[in-house]
Write a protein that binds this ligand. Sequence first.
Ligand SMILES: NC(=O)c1ccc[n+]([C@@H]2O[C@H](COP(=O)([O-])OP(=O)(O)OC[C@H]3O[C@@H](n4cnc5c(N)ncnc54)[C@H](OP(=O)(O)O)[C@@H]3O)[C@@H](O)[C@H]2O)c1
Length: 256
Amino acid sequence: MRVLVLGGTTEARALYGLLEARTGRFQATVSLAGATRAPVLPALDVRIGGFGGVAGLRAWLETHGIEAVIDATHPFAAQISGNAVQACAQAGVPLLRVERPGWTPGVGDDWTLVPDMQAAACALGTVPRRVLLTVGRKDLLPFATMDRHDWLLRSVDRPDSALLPPGARVLQARGPFDEAAEETLLRTERIDVIVTKNSGGMATAGKLVAARRLGVAVIMVARPVLAPAPVVPDATAAMTWLDVLHDHGASTLRDV
Ligand SMILES: NC(=O)c1ccc[n+]([C@@H]2O[C@H](COP(=O)([O-])OP(=O)(O)OC[C@H]3O[C@@H](n4cnc5c(N)ncnc54)[C@H](OP(=O)(O)O)[C@@H]3O)[C@@H](O)[C@H]2O)c1
């Protein structure tokens, strides 16, 4: 069965591993946006770069005879997920989204929930603060002119200098980040607030545990609403879905 995996996440990498062990059954192509300068590549066919919107993705699915699409992109990658819903519907290809559950606050957490990045910037307020900004280098614009705070920005690749808040220091690092290291970072940098997307998952949850222990505030940006699609929480469930589709056809999928 020819499968397209839209990748770029921890869950996608777990799925690559499962598919690498099943090449007799599934012929998978992994698609990456090309946003990360040195992506972790699987031992599967890989294509890199946009498809050219819904029409481009639909054409790609048809040209390559794709029989199933797994959208394992990041919960904040709303554009490609919406494109996948439309293109798969048009091409008649079954689509499954792998969506890790979001984080929820627990006892001892000091979270401010905000709907978007602009609201996160406003929620920082007017009093100078020491901020750990972990929203990714493509979402910096709302913070770019805020000169009253001390910024430590963490991202996989170095952001464009023009988008950096004044005086921001950049920590280039790729997760996973464990709790102890996160606690050390928050202490050493005397961070008093973290700004983060509600990405969910274990790989970057350590900062939230460390924040709870140290009484550090968190500004949590809510996930965008994605176009509706069947959803599973992890790679193992996605493999089950693929197996059912392979063995019994699309009509049985509603029972998975
Ligand atoms: N947004 C985040 O916070 C975040 C965090 C970690 C990882 N990522 C990963 O980084 C990638 C880009 O994220 P984004 O938020 O920029 O996406 P996005 O806003 O949803 O997508 C923008 C455009 O990038 C292209 N694209 C995105 N993902 C693609 C993929 N896997 N394969 C081929 N083309 C893709 C598509 O171009 P065309 O319309 O030309 O097809 C899409 O329209 C995704 O693969 C995502 O999983 C994102």
